[in-house]
Structures are given as C-alpha cells and as structure tokens.
Ligand binder design. Sequence first.
Ligand SMILES: Nc1nc2c(ncn2[C@@H]2O[C@H](COP(=O)(O)OP(=O)(O)OP(=O)(O)O)[C@@H](O)[C@H]2O)c(=O)[nH]1
Length: 343
Amino acid sequence: MKNFFPKRDRFTEVRPYQQTVLTALLWFTCSAVLCYASLHFYLGARWLAVAELCLVAYAALLLYVLHETGRAPASNLMFVLPFFCVMMLSLWTEKTGVMVFVWVFLVPLLSHLLLGRWQGLWVALVFIGCAGAIFVYKYGIWGGWIGYVSVANVLLCTASILGFSYIYETSREKTESELRALALADPLTGLANRSRFRDVFARERQRYLRNETPLAMLVVDLDHFKRVNDDYGHDAGDMALCFVAELLASRIRQTDVAGRLGGEEFGILLSDVDLVHARQIAEDLRDLIQDRAFRYRGKDIPLSASIGIAELGRDGMDFRTLFSKADRRLYQAKAEGRNRVVG
Ligand SMILES: Nc1nc2c(ncn2[C@@H]2O[C@H](COP(=O)(O)OP(=O)(O)OP(=O)(O)O)[C@@H](O)[C@H]2O)c(=O)[nH]1
C-alpha cells in the first residue's frame, strides 16, 4: 500500500508513551533525588545537594503543569538534559564513591525512551563519554590488567545497553509508523481514509478561524464506474481506483490532502485555495483523469470524473454542511451529463 501522507504529518504528535515515561521520571526525581539531596547535604557535598534540590523543584513544577494543564514540555530534552547534568555533577563530586557510576547505565535507556532513536543516541553518546572522562580523571585506570578488564566490562555493558535500546527504538518506530499508516489510510489506495480526512478538515478549520486561510473541499466521483467492474471485473475496478488515487495525489500539493471517502468517491482538501482557484484545480484533475488512459491487460479503459466544490465559510462552517454542499454540486454535475465540475 502506498503512503500518500505528507511527511510533516507522520510524526508530529506527542507520543503518549513518552509522556508516561517522563511522568515516571519526574516522580522518581521528586522522591529518590530528594533523598539523595539530603544525604549529600549530610555528607558535605553542598553544591551537589543544591543542584539536586533545584532539579527536584523543577520536576515538581513540571508535574504540577502536567497535572493542571495536561501539557507536557515542548521537548523532553528540557528535563533530560538537566537530569543528566546533575547526574554528571554527582559523578564528579569527591564525596561520592565509585559505585555512583552504576547510574550511567540509565543514560542510554532513558535517552532512547524519552528522546527517540537519533536524538536519544546522540545524547546518550555525549553523556556516556562525559561519564567515562570523569571516571578516568577521578580514578585513572588502576590495578594493572584487572583494572583494564573491569573498565572494559563496564564499557561493554554500557555499549550493549546503548545498542539494545537503539535497536528496540528503531523497531518500535517502524511498527508505530506501519500501524499509523494502517489506521489512517484507505487500505486499497493508500490515500487518507474518511476519519483521517475529517481530522485534517478540523485542523484546517482552526487555521481558517485563526488566520482566515481559505479552504476548498472537492468531492470527486468516477463516472459510470459500475461499467468498469461489470465489463472488466472487480480487480480491474480496484486497479482503476488506485490509478485515480495516484493521479489525484500527484496533482495536489504536499499541504493538501486527498482521501477516499467510500466506493468510487474521493475527497480533496485544498489548503489556502479560494473557490476560483479551486475550480481551476478541479478542471485540471478532471482533464487528468480523462486524458491519462488507464491500461488493463493491454486495453485502454476510459475514465472520467464529476467534481463538486464547496468553500469553507461561504458554503458552511462544519464538515457535514460543507460536504453535503460539495456532494449536492457533484450530483448536479452528474445530472448535467457527467465529466464536469460544479462549484
Ligand atoms: N472494484 C471496486 N468497485 C467498487 C468499490 N467500491 C465501490 N465500487 C463499485 O462502484 C460502483 C458504483 O456504482 P454507482 O454508484 O452505480 O455509480 P457509477 O456506476 O459510477 O455511476 P455514476 O456515479 O452515476 O456515474 C459499484 O459497482 C460498486 O460496486 C471498490 O472498492 N472496488
């Protein structure tokens, strides 16, 4: 199945699982890091304790905002970076023992879970590098070959966690993108399905209300499509629908959306396009469908389409009204002899 969705729509939404992990990390910071701050204060590592208290206060603030507004920070980096910086400070501090370095194992895991594949990899590499440098600065490599073997063990273990979390995140992103495509696309043509089409309409409607950005809706219906099925078979009909879907997707801009609304009916949302311009585009699409022959088993099967147009604002403000206006004009085009545009 082809994926006709513009790139900007694929991964722009906040991932809910990341928000869950961030919330868990914030709670962890508020509880465990607070205990460490008290301990470090007691041990005389004052600067570290102050940094940890600041981190706890910041985590509490983010939790409060999250709870009150349901809005996560614009990027998880906003918490991950301070968290790792405080971790590095605790590695650096004289008063902390060598065992504090076990916390470094958290770096690749948290980076990938909260920042995704690429950003997670880079952030993890930077902080693991810093932790390694701090270790060598503080302790050198002691104890002859046993020391080397110990350091190599720790490095190998960290690299393995980094590698496994990277592999996990890569396959998770792939599965997510496949599931997303399945949930939002029409399985036959790969165009947006009806529910995706309505979502895009809702977003564009908000743009219209905010900036008065015009929006036109086209409803495209193939003429006498039943004959294609009857004369050449259902397979030919399916292939003709895919053929038309590709034509429509090839003519519109990346910021527009084409969807299959059902049967042989397609919908198109033309963003930033008024009625006059929409008519020209609809005529182009109609010409394209008529002129590009659909070939099936060596035969050219002629296709044509009727198109109804409606404009947001002038013809209605909600999906149902706008769609029924465009649909009524489509049936007017059919009644007037088909293969024409009405709007
Ligand atoms: N192959 C195939 N045919 C479909 C699909 N969905 C709907 N159809 C067919 O599309 C045809 C629609 O027929 P009608 O509603 O009579 O419309 P039409 O023949 O295009 O005639 P007008 O729209 O009046 O020009 C029917 O034969 C449906 O079976 C599909 O997914 N695949």
